[in-house]
Design a protein around this ligand. Structure first.
Ligand code: ADP
Length: 269
């Protein structure tokens, strides 16, 4: 994590200058090694898919992995992992659901009677739910936790980055967004909060022809490398448009999907 800038409102470092009121305490029976927030400037660019794939790949490396679904109004982690059970708890705290390969997952859907009910909540309530995921869930001993953030730079991303000990941010974009200013907003927010952007992922970067393997850059040539070097981000990945990936996400089978585009990034987390 970067150095403290002595201003707790714009710095995420969990140092002794931060007062107890400014910190959100992790569940007392749990331990989280590394914490990464997956962010995007807008919805629908594949942020949740990247969160899910990164957690699957990190798990395949033998680490204990957890996913906190902080995208309260657009929660999709339970769908990606095919989880239908509801939250239960014991003396240690609320128990996360566990995926087929042992990834611990908490999502607001686990607390709703009906997954299809919309979450029509004020920002303060939604933000409260996310901080409770940190304090009240018995995560146990986790090597790497990923937080699937809501899109944008609103209340929840700000609270997460300021009050949880986030080690790094992974930004997910679409090819069109890479040339626009909205990606820069995410990067600027990370800078203001003193959290490093550890990777930039361009999703739906190209389409690979089934027959000849040619890569078709449907949205124009990739600007990923250029943008990443402008931002000073070393680790990048480009993910193609893939109907098989889409089906895996939508049918709860992301753990059975065999894509290696994020392998290098996962190996460094
Ligand atoms: P976000 O979290 O940014 O709102 P999602 O990860 O939920 O976006 O993705 C939105 C939809 O697009 C999902 O149905 C997902 O399966 C699909 N999708 C995401 N990335 C790809 C891709 N590379 N190829 C095909 N479908 C994708």
């Amino acid at each position: 994590m970067s150095e403290c800038n002595h201003d707790c409102s714009t710095c995420s470092k969990d140092c002794k200058e931060r007062t107890p009121e400014q910190k959100t305490k992790l569940n007392k029976n749990s331990k989280v090694g590394k914490l990464y927030a997956v962010m995007s400037a807008k919805g629908g660019v594949g942020k949740s898919m990247v969160t899910a794939q990164l957690s699957v790949l990190t798990r395949r490396l033998g680490k204990s992995v957890a996913v906190m679904d902080a995208d309260i109004t657009g929660a999709s982690m339970t769908k990606y992992f095919g989880i239908s059970e509801k939250a239960v708890g014991n003396d240690m705290g609320i128990l996360p659901a566990e995926s087929v390969t042992g990834i611990k997952i908490v999502s607001i859907n686990m607390f709703l009677k009906d997954d299809n009910s919309p979450v029509v909540w004020r920002a303060s309530l939604a933000t409260g739910a996310v901080t409770q995921f940190w304090t009240d869930v018995y995560w146990g001993d986790v090597d790497v936790m990923f937080i699937d953030m809501p899109p944008g730079t609103g209340d929840i991303p700000l609270t997460v980055c300021q009050s949880l000990p986030v080690d790094g941010i992974i930004i997910v974009t679409s090819p069109q967004d890479l040339v626009s200013t909205i990606v820069n907003k995410g990067v600027k927010m990370a800078e203001m909060l003193n959290i490093p952007v550890v990777a930039l992922v361009e999703n739906m970067s190209y389409y690979e022809c089934d027959k000849c393997g040619e890569k078709l850059y449907i949205f124009g040539e990739s600007k990923l490398q250029k943008t990443a070097s402008q931002m000073g981000v070393e680790d990048v990945a480009a993910i193609p448009i893939s109907p098989i990936l889409s089906r895996a996400c939508d049918s709860g089978a992301i753990e059975y999907f065999d894509g290696n585009w994020l392998e290098e990034i996962a190996g460094k987390l």
